[in-house]
Write a protein that binds this ligand. Sequence first.
Ligand SMILES: NC(=O)c1ccc[n+]([C@@H]2O[C@H](COP(=O)([O-])OP(=O)(O)OC[C@H]3O[C@@H](n4cnc5c(N)ncnc54)[C@H](O)[C@@H]3O)[C@@H](O)[C@H]2O)c1
Length: 257
Amino acid sequence: MRLNDRIYIVTGGAGGIGAGIARAILDQGGKVVLADVDLDGVAAACADLDPSGGSVHPIRCDVTSEPDAAAAVVSALDRFGRLDGLVNNAGVVTLDAAWDASPDAVNREFDINVTGTFVLSQAVGRHLREHGGGAIVNVASNCGKVGYRNMAGYNASKAAVINLSRSLALEWAEDGINVNAVCPGGVDTPMLAGVADWLSPRLGVPAAELLAGMGPAQLGRKVEPIEVGRVVAFLLSDDAIIIRGQAINVDGGDTPY
Ligand SMILES: NC(=O)c1ccc[n+]([C@@H]2O[C@H](COP(=O)([O-])OP(=O)(O)OC[C@H]3O[C@@H](n4cnc5c(N)ncnc54)[C@H](O)[C@@H]3O)[C@@H](O)[C@H]2O)c1
């Protein structure tokens, strides 16, 4: 039990990977404030994770909003009495060829994926700094290391998340705050299904067929959200104290660097 009685905020908790991360934290003895713009979705995820409600707490939180971020910290303290860290998992992608992508869509990707990560990290980091430190894990993407087609803005935003993680790890180490990133790829979630739906009419291939082939070749299947969650839970723990500012691929081998 690496995270016994520790409390974490996980953003984007109504989605696939967020719920998987929450599951892995609970499995290690921790408790989770699950935050999302979709309150119904995050309440359903909490009911599924822990029907008793004793170790989960759903809240509405837009990660781009500083008041929402501050309120998330207050919620965690009100509900569980302490806060040990944060997982910045909320994210969006808009698919389009680079020639056609709208600057508004790119701005939204940067707002949620990058600024949202920064806003929540500051709010939680201020609390951690005053209370002996903690850990933050940012969910970037292997798209932040490799430029995949039809998602130029997303690729750029995730590269920014990787370098933001390095920057915070450097500046906040002296405050006892450890910051790392994970870089998933090919994870079985609604986001990946959305990519298959977008590609399907353009390639003339059924979405289900495309989706089936979207797992890393080395793994021979898609990555499961809980598998990403287990690595995140490890990075949140004291066992990962010597790992700092890293962007660890959790994509089944798709990106071997
Ligand atoms: N699925 C994959 O293969 C994959 C690969 C690499 C990286 N990722 C990253 O993993 C993370 C989770 O992705 P997923 O696949 O579970 O996607 P998902 O779409 O299932 O979940 C994303 C969640 O983020 C929430 N969200 C969106 N905007 C928000 C905001 N402003 N404030 C709070 N919550 C917000 C959504 O409501 C949703 O519940 C994302 O950061 C994504 O970029 C996913």
